[in-house]
Design a protein around this ligand. Structure first.
Ligand code: MF3
Ligand code: CO
Ligand code: CO
Length: 257
């Protein structure tokens, strides 16, 4: 998180839209194929092939040594889960996080899916994470700040009796994967960085069942980590990539159909 991103030019905006729509379609395709008995490596393969078939590149593959084309975070994994031979079982929840590079632009989106029937707690947590993301997105516009987004997310999550992860959050995105600003899931109104029209950022709250501190785990060969809460509570997450406009925002990874 270090690069300040320049506003997109009118010529660049359609390219960013395309990258984001491809990421969204890839996520939808992966999610539709989630079923008990499959491995997360199979999800990785679906994402890899779909991305390649659409003349794009999976952004996570070899990103600072990350070995796979998608992140798959099951149950207590907060984010950056690495696909492997783990078999999905009835009752699991899984966040699938897709980032595509198309024509040099990055689109980043994730959702939490149910594997068969899941517990009421898993449903409530997942719905909370989704609504928290939308509450955060509603704040995005010119003159708003990252603190406004974090405040709205934290307020909603807390009201539901859950806990937003404070250490990890959204980011600027565009011609790079991760740029400034950091987009927190907590904060004070009017604080943080001001949002700049025609730049893009992600809103991607991670929501946990408890307030237990988070623990990081090495990903072999990578400088990235994956995370769980110390008490191994359930965690859910949703993510969209958003364009800040002169009037408000556009959710670039939203699919109309
Ligand atoms: N897609 C994740 C995000 O939302 C980042 C994954 S980076 C990886 O920012 F290296 F862990 F894959
Ligand atoms: Co992502
Ligand atoms: Co992201």
């Amino acid at each position: 998180m270090s690069r300040i991103l320049a506003p997109l030019t009118p010529e660049e905006i359609p390219l960013m839209r395309e990258a984001c729509q491809l990421a969204a379609r890839t996520l939808k395709y992966a999610g539709e194929n989630v079923r008990p008995g499959m491995t997360t490596n199979e999800i990785d393969r679906l994402v890899y092939e779909y991305t390649m078939d659409h003349k794009a590149t999976p952004a996570t593959l070899n990103y600072h040594g990350f070995p796979k084309s998608v992140c798959t975070s099951i149950n207590d994994v907060i984010c950056h889960g690495v696909p492997d031979e783990t078999i999905l079982k009835e009752g699991d929840i899984i966040n699938i996080d897709v980032t595509s590079i198309k024509d040099g632009f990055y689109g980043d989106t994730s959702a939490t899916f149910y594997v068969g029937e899941v517990s009421d707690l898993a449903k409530r947590l997942t719905e909370c994470a989704k609504e928290a993301m939308w509450r955060g997105i509603q704040e995005v516009g010119p003159h708003a700040t990252t603190g406004d987004i974090g405040f709205a997310i934290n307020k909603y999550v807390t009201k539901q009796g859950f806990y937003p992860v404070k250490e990890i959050g959204g980011h600027g995105i565009g011609k790079v994967f991760h740029g400034e600003p950091f987009v927190p899931s907590h904060g004070k109104k009017g604080r943080g960085d001001e949002l700049i029209p025609w730049t893009c950022l992600t809103v991607e709250p991670m929501v946990n069942v408890t307030s237990a501190p988070i623990e990081e785990f090495d990903i072999p060969g990578s400088s990235h980590k994956f995370y769980k809460a110390k008490d191994r509570c359930l965690s859910a997450q949703f993510e969209h990539t958003i364009l800040i406009t002169d009037e408000g925002h556009e959710v670039l990874t939203f699919l109309e159909n």
